[in-house]
Design a binder for this molecule. Structure first.
Ligand code: ADE
Length: 224
């Protein structure tokens, strides 16, 4: 079982996403355990303060080291765990990283906020800083959900038996071919004939060509 511990100042936002559908079933089947910790529960002052003004000046607030170190120490205990920090200045997240993480036993995910996190956290506590893409979100909560979701579905037994992890986009550095289902004719918009032909070799070739063409058009960088 892979255990996730998420450290956040907005614990409630995780309820909906983690407790529906595949992530819900993965927890019920004991493939993963997902604990969410409120960073403010680890503060010691009356106002449960987690941030302060940046040394050296500048706009915004910085998340301070004390409650974060305290939380991680408590959550980690004696277990060995990889600590991930969600930040736009991290390493770009990929399917390859998701695969590697899916083989770990304990992942602790810190959700960054405000103008950032005191860098001593990154230097002394964090094993890996991760960004989910070249854009800036309001906080690390959505990125943490992205990690939990993409990693969990790779754990053996989480998806159904015939789930096609092999054919997926990125698995071979290619985008997936287009898929269709019934009706074969929707308001005059028809499904490609080859898919109705029953000729498995032709279907395979057609999908291969589609996948190639789509990748060339939308993600030429993957073909390099
Ligand atoms: N926090 C804000 N933006 C982010 C991003 N793109 N990736 C990870 N954490 C973030």
């Amino acid at each position: 079982m892979l255990r996730f511990d998420i450290v956040t100042i907005f614990p409630d936002v995780f309820n909906s996403v983690l407790n529906e559908s595949i992530l819900k079933r993965a927890q019920q089947k004991k493939k993963v355990r997902i604990n969410v910790h409120n960073l403010r529960d680890y503060t010691k002052d009356k106002h449960r303060k987690v941030d302060d003004r940046p040394f050296g000046g500048g706009p915004g607030m910085v998340m301070g080291p004390e409650p974060i170190f305290r939380t991680i120490q408590k959550v980690k205990g004696r277990r060995k765990a990889s600590v991930l920090l969600m930040t736009p200045s991290g390493k770009p997240f990929t399917q390859k990283i998701a695969k590697r993480l899916s083989k770990e036993k304990n992942l602790i995910i810190i959700c960054g906020h405000y103008e950032g996190v005191d860098d001593r956290v990154r230097q002394h506590l964090v094993d890996e800083s991760i960004s989910i893409g070249d854009y800036v979100l309001t906080g690390g909560e959505v990125p943490a959900m992205v990690i939990v979701d993409s990693v969990t579905r790779l754990i053996p037994g989480v998806l159904g038996k015939d789930a096609s992890l092999k054919d997926e986009s990125f698995e071979h550095q290619r985008l997936e071919y287009p898929q269709y289902t019934r009706p074969a004719n929707f308001n005059g918009i028809k499904v490609p004939n080859v898919l109705l032909s029953g000729n498995h070799q032709s279907i395979k070739n057609w999908r291969e060509r589609q996948s190639q063409a789509r990748t060339k058009k939308i993600r030429p960088d993957l073909l390099k």
